[in-house]
Design a protein around this ligand. Sequence first.
Ligand SMILES: C[S@@+](CC[C@H](N)C(=O)[O-])C[C@H]1O[C@@H](n2cnc3c(N)ncnc32)[C@H](O)[C@@H]1O
Length: 423
Amino acid sequence: MAVSPGRGHSKHPRPARRVRRTDHSGPAVVVEVETTAMAVGGAAVGRGPDGRVVFVEGALPGETVRAEVYDERDRYRRARAVDVLVAAPGRVAPPCPFVALGCGGCGWQHVEPALQRRLKAGMVSEALSRLGGVGTPRVEEVTGAGPFAYRTTVRLAVAPGGARPGGAAFRAGRSHSLVEVDDCLVAHPRIASAIAASRFGRADQAVLRVGARTGEGLALLTPDARGARVAGGFEVVGADELGRGRSVAYHEVVAGCRLRVSAGSFFQSSPEGAEALVREVRSALAGAGPGLLVDAYAGVGLFGAATGWSGRVVAVESSPSSVADARVNVVGAEVVLADVGRWAPRPAAAVVADPPRHGLGRGAAEVLAATLAPVLVLVSCDVGALGRDAGLLEGHGFRLDRTVVVDLFPGTPRVEAVSLFRR
Ligand SMILES: C[S@@+](CC[C@H](N)C(=O)[O-])C[C@H]1O[C@@H](n2cnc3c(N)ncnc32)[C@H](O)[C@@H]1O
């Protein structure tokens, strides 16, 4: 079972009042917790000695752990496991050495991959029924990428000093402090090599991206690329140069389609993951009739280009750089630069909607429902947003047919899911 932090069993709880936050100067509060379930955010949940709910990062359901409290509220605490007294089946030693140093990049390295997928499916079922009011959701899970060397986009912090000034770092979990790294197990091998050998000058952030199937590489440094030496044949650009109008892109191939991705455009975390999403979206669209496909939150046009839709496509997207890419990538499509929530809907045979983390929300759900499409495929990257969006869509007469959890981010609790709604 998965539960939602701070939501209890009511759909309309009072907001929890924060009573104290631990800081790093006082003595740490450590409690012993028996965990019974997985919470929607990826922490295990149990009760502490005072009977209060504790959400424990780094724990699995069915464990007894000692956990250091980092956030206290009157109804629950949040804590981090520091000692596992009784381990659950499926716990493994984190394969990445940087987990022990506090790297916050991959929160589920202690979970065996098949169990990660089952837990993600459980979180999705829970969110659909608790937040969305869906009766008995049908949830399946499939692999998407990995478990290692899969990420073709990696966002890094830059160490200002330390052992490797200007070298790569990740943020520590729930902290602004940095963990210097010279490798990353989930990064594509070219990115991992660049992490080891590059210095990013005076930048404070570096985004490294590769086209795994084209051999192209792009490094975007913020605020600028002065003094940077990026190893491995990456084209290097500073955010300041993009601001002055320089245009830089790389290409990736997904399901046989070559896609241009500009430095400022969103792209999925790996071509294998993108292909897995395309497979699920294509299969969900198989039952739709002929006519117009609305590709909402289209990005560079992945679904319009790669799902093989035989009719007309209108792609709606709010980022100018993604719109420019989609106009190249989706031959024959109408690509509209617009906020989906303000787009003027038109009659459609099907909708694919792939919103950012906060989901569709009321406005966009209403606009997409007004296309009168009998089939809507929702691609969600946040469990809570999926639950809320399912409730909104059901309010517009849709019924959830099935949800497939596509594991795009092994080693982390991050969830990606493709849901088919019909009416
Ligand atoms: C999760 S990405 C999906 C992109 C694309 N479907 C793909 O799979 O590559 C979400 C996209 O929605 C765009 N976006 C965010 N808010 C938007 C809005 N209110 N209206 C339209 N597009 C939006 C972002 O720029 C981004 O390209």
